[in-house]
Design a protein around this ligand. Structure first.
Ligand code: SAM
Length: 310
């Protein structure tokens, strides 16, 4: 099992909401507000030494700005007006990697509270259809507020069990991109107060087994949508039972039609070698990538050519 990290500081990540503004406008706004812009980072190390009111543009995601962990922007105008989203860098990876083209039909299978949905909508520039499901009505209500503030208009929210959404429904016949970020142990989440990962006791073997059983079912269901080309699977867990093992098993069952995409070859922290393609997946952690603990894999419908990179 990969472990979390003790006492590591994770910076404050700010995703510019491209539905409402541009990265340059946000940078200018912060500069006028007394912040000091340090340009674009060239290595993860550059994100480590920010202090006071300094900020920098992330090296992997161009619409991501990085501030010292001590900065709290919850009351800032740009946040309350929906121009920026406070979202950990690792949690920005799934939508960034899925990268659906404008106008396409996309499913966000376990969507609330909706940070990744709003990121997908920004990538789509609100052009296309974004079907978002969640079982939890309260989390969906929070999500409605968040999406409204972010200016998202291309979504259809449904309080439905994703496992029961009929993949044969003609409504979803044009869905080619699907994001699956299912319930997980949350063992990779860094507490902002304590700045340590909460590798909770609640991640007992029984709980992990129940979670991974749901995750496998949800991933198989995602691959059952008839025209789906790309499915991104992510968790904020450090446990291989919820990550590499889920992906390995589902891949084994779908080898004839799906393979894994080699994600961001320059990303330093890879999936564990618990199966031959483990290294095609991404891991993230406070120590290695200055983010929450996270895991991402992407399935691609297989048509017989050589492995692709993204
Ligand atoms: N993707 C979200 C985001 O970025 O804001 C976070 C999703 S959270 C990790 C997992 C979500 O899955 C929870 O909101 C939970 O209510 C939902 N969920 C759990 N089981 C589900 C199911 N069978 N169908 C749909 N949603 C489900």
């Amino acid at each position: 099992k990969a472990s979390g990290s003790q006492g590591c500081r994770v910076p404050r990540y700010v995703r510019v909401n491209l539905l409402k503004t541009s990265t340059n406008d946000v940078i200018d706004y912060f500069r006028r507000d007394g912040f000091i812009y340090r340009g674009r980072a060239t290595s993860v190390n550059d994100l480590k030494h920010l202090k006071g009111k300094e900020f920098i543009c992330d090296l992997h995601l161009p619409e991501l700005l990085v501030f010292p962990s001590t900065i709290d922007l919850h009351q800032h105008f740009l946040y309350t007006a929906g121009h920026i989203i406070l979202q950990d860098k690792a949690s920005c990876l799934p939508a960034h990697l899925l990268n659906p083209p404008q106008g396409s039909h996309v499913i966000d299978a376990c969507a609330a509270p909706g940070n990744k949905t709003s990121h997908l909508a920004a990538i789509l520039r609100n052009k296309g259809k974004l079907f978002a499901f969640d079982l939890d009505i309260q989390r969906l209500a929070t999500m409605g507020t968040l999406l409204l503030r972010a200016g998202v208009t291309c979504h259809q929210l449904a309080n439905e069990d994703f496992l029961l959404v009929a993949s044969s429904d003609p409504k979803y016949q044009d869905v080619r991109h699907l994001l699956l970020d299912p319930s997980c142990s949350g063992s990779g989440i860094v507490s902002r107060l304590k700045q340590v990962t909460e590798d909770e006791e609640s991640a007992s073997p029984e709980r992990l087994q129940a979670l991974s059983s749901f995750q496998r079912k949800a991933l198989c269901h995602a691959l059952s949508f008839p025209r789906v080309q790309r499915v991104v699977y992510s968790t904020c867990s450090v446990h291989q039972e919820e990550n590499e093992e889920v992906v390995r098993e589902v891949l084994q069952q779908h080898r004839d039609s799906f393979r894994l995409v080699n994600l961001m070859p320059s990303w330093p922290y890879r999936g564990l070698d618990t199966f031959p393609e483990g290294s095609l997946c991404l891991r993230a952690s406070p120590d290695q990538t200055l983010t929450n603990g996270f895991f991402v894999a992407m399935f691609e419908r297989w048509s017989g050519e050589k492995t692709t990179e993204q």
